[in-house]
Write a protein that binds this ligand. Structure first.
Ligand code: DAH
Length: 345
């Protein structure tokens, strides 16, 4: 009987150690210490023993019970702790997980081109000037040497508010306004802004678009200053290898007037689809400020001279980034706008 009790004890201790879960351990407890367990069975057989051996056996049985119980309890503490840890692990929220980034907008591609041009001219000592989009006929035309009935007005039909007030057709009226305000002082400005024309919208025309005007007035300002300035501009916007070419042209507010072309940035001048096989791309209009314009604003055209230029940021952005339709700038299609998110324009 003693041997049987030892055997049961060893068996129970083994099973206790190998139990991996609270449930398994509870099963072991029921199996060995329960009323129908083998230890109870052995104790039931005590009656058959001689009377003097019974206390010894009883004591041994209690010892076995006590040892098994103790081992069970100790193992239970470990398994319960394990169970809790696993539960905690499985329920943990990883607060270090990065949040979803908030979507942020980005400057409109036109804004970027305008700012790039502004930065360049600011670095050359220009100031930025602005003027009203609802403009007087006087500043939009007359003060720019386009009197009423002048045929060149035909190219710039507009939206008229009254006979004498219209949506400005170009940024050139800011020239006239600035000269008038400066009262004969030297000037070095660029004027970015929106302009309007009565036009049928298509891939290259829009009834509203953007312009940047430039104006320098001072002593001894010459055509060579204009050429040098435009050359710096062309290289900054389209690459250091750009050559510029000035072709004779006509604007009522400049004399002489020119169109500036740059050597094609795609083919380098050999001829391709971007430059329509000519090697040159037309970029802007410019010229020496017409003496009439200076005089009308109160400047002495014998003492002071000036140059001016006017360009369209849409055209510059379209060339630079291969945008084929001007309407992309205005329709707010995010598939277009987000293409200009991170790349430095
Ligand atoms: N105002 C002209 C236009 O909208 C552009 C222009 C040409 C501006 C020559 C100028 C200039 O200042 O000198 O077509």
């Amino acid at each position: 009987m003693e041997a049987r009790l030892q055997e049961l004890k060893n068996e129970a201790l083994d099973k206790i150690q190998s139990a991996q879960t609270v449930k398994e351990l509870t099963d072991v407890r029921v199996a060995y210490l329960g009323k129908k367990g083998p230890i109870t069975d052995v104790l039931k057989g005590m009656g058959k023993l001689p009377a003097e051996e019974r206390p010894k056996m009883g004591a041994l049985a209690n010892e076995v019970r006590a040892e098994v119980t103790e081992s069970l309890d100790a193992r239970m503490v470990i398994l319960e702790e394990q169970a809790i840890n696993e539960k905690l692990k499985s329920e943990t929220i990883d607060i270090s997980l990065p949040g979803r980034p908030a979507k942020s907008g980005n400057p409109h591609p036109l804004t970027r081109v305008v700012e790039e041009i502004e930065d360049l001219f600011l670095s050359m000592g220009y100031e930025i000037a602005e003027g009203p989009e609802v403009e007087k006929d006087y500043y939009n035309f007359e003060a720019l040497n386009l009197p009423k009935g002048h045929p060149a007005r035909d190219m710039q039909d507009s939206f008229y508010i009254t006979e004498d007030i219209l949506l400005r057709t170009h940024t050139s009226p800011v020239q006239a306004r600035t000269m008038e305000a400066k009262g004969g002082e030297p000037i070095k400005i660029i004027c970015p802004g929106k302009v309007y024309r009565r036009d049928n919208d298509d891939a290259t025309h829009s009834h509203q678009f953007t312009q940047i005007e430039g104006l320098v007035v001072g002593e001894d300002i010459r055509m060579s200053d204009l050429k040098g300035t435009l050359s710096v501009f062309a290289k900054k916007m389209f690459g250091d290898d750009r050559e510029i070419r000035l072709r004779p042209s006509f604007f009522p507010f400049t004399e002489p007037s020119v169109e500036m072309d740059i050597s094609c940035f795609k083919c380098g001048g050999n001829g391709c689809n971007v430059c329509k096989k000519t090697g040159w791309i037309e970029i802007l209009g410019a010229g020496m400020v017409h003496p009439n314009v200076l005089e009308m604003a109160g400047y002495d055209s014998k003492r002071l001279t000036g140059f001016a230029f006017g360009m369209g940021p849409e055209r510059i952005a379209m060339l630079k980034y291969g945008i084929e339709d001007i309407r992309h700038f205005y329709t707010n299609d995010v598939r277009f706008l987000t293409q200009f998110q991170r790349t430095e324009l």
